[in-house]
Design a protein around this ligand. Sequence first.
Ligand code: SIN
Ligand code: MN
Length: 222
Amino acid sequence: MTQQVPKDESSKERRPVDTGFPGIVLYPGYLGPAAQQALLAALLAGFEAAPPYRPRMPRTGQPWSIRQTNFGEFGWVSRPDGYFYSSTNDVNGRKWPAIPAVLLDIWAQVAHYPAPPECCLVNLYDTPKSRMGLHRDEDEEALDAPVVSISLGDTCLFRVGGFARSDKSKSFRLASGDVAVIGGASRLRYHGVDRVIPGSSGLVPGGGRINLTLRRVTKQDQ
Ligand code: SIN
Ligand code: MN
């Protein structure tokens, strides 16, 4: 047992499992079915103000195999000249919707960080070909804060490697309701999504997987 989490009746399984990576803590079934439905409803409401869009890779302009949007003070965006945190949505020039309260609660329970998240990046794996190549989350100033990942819908194969792209890696499954905390000594490990298993969950209308990553962007006291 690496971390203590308050008991909650909505899900029987809030015990972390050992991933073999110091600093990566996985809570299988952290959100029970009702909590997953409530979170999905909050996300769908937020999508009205910030509809998911298909980003393009910097420089090549290649479209991604996923769609994205953001909640929070900052959104993570891909532009022709690189990746940025932006307080406005490039698609419509508006501020991003607020991070749903239920997500702030999850952060407060598992992040063990003294400030709230400032970004919730939403990744929608909406086709059988949707995936995410190995990368590091390194655009945040607050690298002392973990990234908290919440998965909804179809199960994926999540791959975690080392600190160089070619390092040995291993994959494990992230299912609907699972929460993973990626921090500490593993904060800058390469990771990605090999594939999503179609039809493995009935939660998301039309199928697919939604991943949310909560991020602290700025250092405290700025
Ligand atoms: C990410 O690395 O930003 C998302 C990972 C995931 O979809 O589980
Ligand atoms: Mn990432």
